[in-house]
Design a protein around this ligand. Structure first.
Ligand code: BES
Ligand code: ZN
Ligand code: ZN
Length: 453
């Protein structure tokens, strides 16, 4: 990723002005600037590049409706020429403008030979630049992990990434690989991942002072989801390199927590597997034991996310954290319910859920609560085991998946489960097509508010 947001005091001035302030701003400009804007029919809306008498770029002006809204000024990074601009705006807009700039200048160019030069933004407040860069880097970590082709983001590569981030912030990284999962009683993670030539792993990152409240993050790390023996159809399989999006999300959230040094004792647990097909693949009808002791009948090998997550969640509950947040590209049904741009979440603790809803609105990272509707639990009944890994009908699929996970979570441990798309299907300002983080700024703001203020 290229650094396009820097702390500096030089650059071509880039004025960000709220529409309501445009006339006031214009009054203070030179005749030449006024003439240019008049002669180009600038109406106080959007971008204008303003030249100097010799044809140089004198400054850039952008007017928007509500600069408190994060993505209002996004896309400037893609519209301005490849020069360094110096941010000139009201202090209250500076952080959002820097974040939006960084998020919109992202490009996944690891595999491209030609990369064109990019515009960069300088801001003179070092604190603002640092705060923005933490968010931008965390988001770009999520995007990079998801965008990386599955062949280069298998469990062993993911392990390296998690280890790298752990060490960057002085955390501790450990892992269990292949048959070690059986020795340490993670039967479902092993069963889902055993058919791949890339051995399944449980990745574990710990960071922070043991005196601080304990927060555990769990992320679905299915490096590629072919569907297993109940193979996915062509179109449904095409984007399944993103099925480790939950793991990427929790690494992005961990990055935010660690780079901002939140007073939290952090643990990140990632079951990392490929859901592949081979002679030793797990099968529909197989009964798996779980770390918790509950037996599961595999109705469909494509409902693998909840299988790898259930052992990870049991482990997360073991050391009695103050809260667990899990992220997973768990169900297509959640996308049918809410579309691809709004993540659904579930919780056994309404107070936290309510706060997340309002923080999501406030920080332009919305999340939507869905119910852990108990009467649907018996849709998961199995004739031969304690529970089935999915219901026979797809109706309410996001809810039944969450109810399955809840069976493995301690009732007294606050638990938040996010079912995310992890992908932008269409380009929006600041959000290029491809891997995307949903909800991590919201959860970060909740943790900051609860533990750091
Ligand atoms: N990774 C998929 C879910 C998914 C698909 C998330 C598309 C986002 C976009 C998951 O492993 C899966 O295949 N779930 C099945 C469950 C079904 C077999 C009960 C689904 O949602 O169809
Ligand atoms: Zn699947
Ligand atoms: Zn999956």
């Amino acid at each position: 990723m290229h650094q396009t947001l820097v702390h500096a005091t030089v650059g071509i001035p880039l004025f960000l002005i709220e529409k309501s302030q445009f006339n006031h701003w214009l009054d203070e400009q030179t005749e030449q600037v006024k003439n240019w804007l008049k002669n180009t029919d600038y109406d106080g809306n959007g971008l204008s590049l303003i030249p100097s008498p010799n044809g140089d770029l004198a400054c850039a002006l952008f007017c928007g409706d509500d600069l408190n809204s994060l993505f209002t000024s996004a896309d400037l990074a893609n519209k301005l020429p490849a020069r360094q601009f110096l941010l000139r705006c009201d202090d209250s807009f500076a952080l959002n403008a820097c974040i939006a700039w960084g998020l919109s200048s992202y490009q996944f160019d690891k595999y491209k030979q030609d990369t064109s030069p990019r515009a960069s933004l300088a801001a003179d407040d070092n604190h603002v630049v640092q705060q923005a860069n933490h968010i931008v880097q965390a988001t770009c970590l999520v995007r990079d992990m998801i965008n990386t082709p599955a062949a280069d983001m298998m469990p062993e590569h993911m392990a390296k990434t998690v280890e790298y981030i752990a060490h960057k912030f002085g955390g501790v990284f450990t892992q269990l690989v292949g048959d070690e999962l059986l020795e340490h009683n993670y039967p479902t993670i092993h069963a889902v991942g055993r058919a791949s030539v890339h051995a399944p792993r449980l990745l574990d990152l710990t960071w922070g002072d043991k005196k601080h409240p304990k927060i555990t993050l769990v992320g679905k790390g299915v490096c590629f989801d072919s569907g297993g023996l109940d193979l996915k159809p062509t179109n449904a399989m095409r984007l399944m390199k993103k099925d480790m999006g939950g793991a990427a999300h929790v690494m992005g959230l961990a990055y935010l927590i660690m780079s901002n040094n939140l007073p939290i004792q952090l643990r990140v647990i990632i079951p990392s597997v490929e859901n592949a097909v081979s002679a030793n693949a797990f099968r529909p009808g197989d009964v798996l034991n779980t770390r918790h002791g509950i037996s599961v009948e595999v109705d469909n090998t494509d409902a693998e996310g909840r299988l790898v997550l259930c052992d990870a969640l049991s482990e997360a509950c073991n050391d009695k954290p103050d809260a667990i947040f899990d992220f997973a590209t768990l169900t297509g049904a959640c996308r049918v319910a809410l579309g691809t741009e709004l993540p659904g979440f579930f919780s056994n603790e309404q107070e936290i859920a309510t706060q997340l809803l309002s923080l999501g609105e406030k920080h332009d990272d919305p999340v939507w609560q869905l119910p852990l509707h108990k009467p649907y639990r018996n849709l998961l009944n199995s004739d031969v085991a304690d529970i089935s890994n999915c219901a026979s009908s797809g109706f309410g699929g996001a809810i039944t998946a969450a109810l399955y996970l809840q069976e493995f979570v301690d009732n007294n441990t606050p638990w938040l489960h996010f079912d995310v798309m992890a992908w932008n299907n269409r380009k929006l300002p600041g959000r290029p097509v491809g891997g995307e983080a949903f909800g991590i700024r919201t959860v970060y703001e909740y943790l900051k508010q609860k533990y750091a203020l």
